[in-house]
Write a protein that binds this ligand. Structure first.
Ligand code: FE
Ligand code: FE
Ligand code: ZN
Length: 294
């Protein structure tokens, strides 16, 4: 079954607002941040809103097991030069895991982190030590390490970096991977040959470890290490190639999440989800949305 959705907001209505937004796009899953992705200000979970959110999901066949939360960017487990920042990242990630469990969410996407001035091996060790410090046996969640574009000193743009982290975590069943098509392209993977990538991925990590796929086109050429998302079909990867990822038989039950840019003030997701369901590219998308009132 196709599980398709997009990034949605999480504002004063909390998860209930996220569900409503997802439904307005015709989505059957979604991804949210528990607050602004750039900061750590988080409000308490409201029980009544949460109950309503769960009810709305059930009534609309949204399987909460396929809904994704994304941890904020400011968590950086890779660098421990400033001990207090390193500890803060761990504490904040721990709180995010607890928040997800309160909400009933099973998947939390995490950027592995940036090495900054450290060498890669130290950075990878910091990441897996950080995860080992915070993951608990009774956690009912999978932390998905996202494949990164390799911008700056980002860890996670190479398969062996991801596999080294997973292999170093004691509670391996609590970690998985989130693929991002824009990041893969920018890191040097030819998405046209996606099955070849999956073969290698299966050999070194295991396809069963993939918990989510971010579907984004890229503004830049393969191996650019830039990480600039483009609307599907408008970038260097192209609509057909992205469709082949979305409908790949080996990835059938994995939620696919759009993180494509707004056009002006308008979210493109309703149209992009429609294109995906109809398997037909709408080359007027940007014209239509740039003229629409926000
Ligand atoms: Fe991400
Ligand atoms: Fe992503
Ligand atoms: Zn990105």
């Amino acid at each position: 079954m196709l599980y398709i959705g997009s990034h949605v907001r999480f504002n004063n209505e909390q998860l209930l607002g996220s569900v409503k937004e997802a439904l307005s796009y015709g989505a059957n899953t979604f991804m949210f941040y528990t607050g602004a992705p750039q900061n750590t200000i988080r409000s308490n979970i409201n029980d009544d809103l949460l109950k309503e959110a769960h009810k709305l999901m059930i009534n609309n066949n949204i399987d909460i097991n396929k809904v994704i939360c994304h941890a904020p960017y400011i968590i950086n487990l890779a660098n421990n030069e400033d001990e207090s920042k390193y500890l803060f990242s761990q504490e904040f990630l721990r709180k995010e895991i607890d928040r997800c469990m309160t909400l009933g969410i099973k998947y939390l996407v995490l950027h592995p982190g940036s090495a900054v001035k450290l060498d890669k091996i130290s950075a990878i060790n910091n990441i897996l030590n950080g995860l080992n410090n915070i993951l608990r046996e009774d956690d009912n969640i999978t932390v998905l390490l996202e494949t990164m574009a390799g911008k700056g000193t980002e860890i996670g743009s190479k398969m062996d970096e991801i596999s080294t982290i997973i292999n170093g975590v004691y509670l391996k069943e609590k970690v998985g991977v989130c693929l991002d098509t824009c990041h893969l392209n920018d890191s040097g993977i030819n998405i046209n040959d996606f099955d070849k990538y999956l073969d290698i991925f299966d050999k070194y990590i295991g396809i069963n470890k993939i918990g989510c796929i971010h579907i984004n086109d890229s503004k830049n050429e393969i191996s650019s290490h830039k990480d600039r998302h483009e609307n599907i079909g408008f970038g260097t990867i192209g609509f057909k190639t992205l469709l082949n990822v979305i409908y790949n038989k080996r990835l059938e039950d994995i939620p696919k999440i759009l993180e494509t840019p707004y056009i002006g003030d308008n979210p493109p997701y309703k149209y992009e989800i429609e294109m995906i369901k109809n398997k037909a590219f709408n080359d007027k998308l940007k014209d239509i949305l740039s003229k629409e009132e926000a």
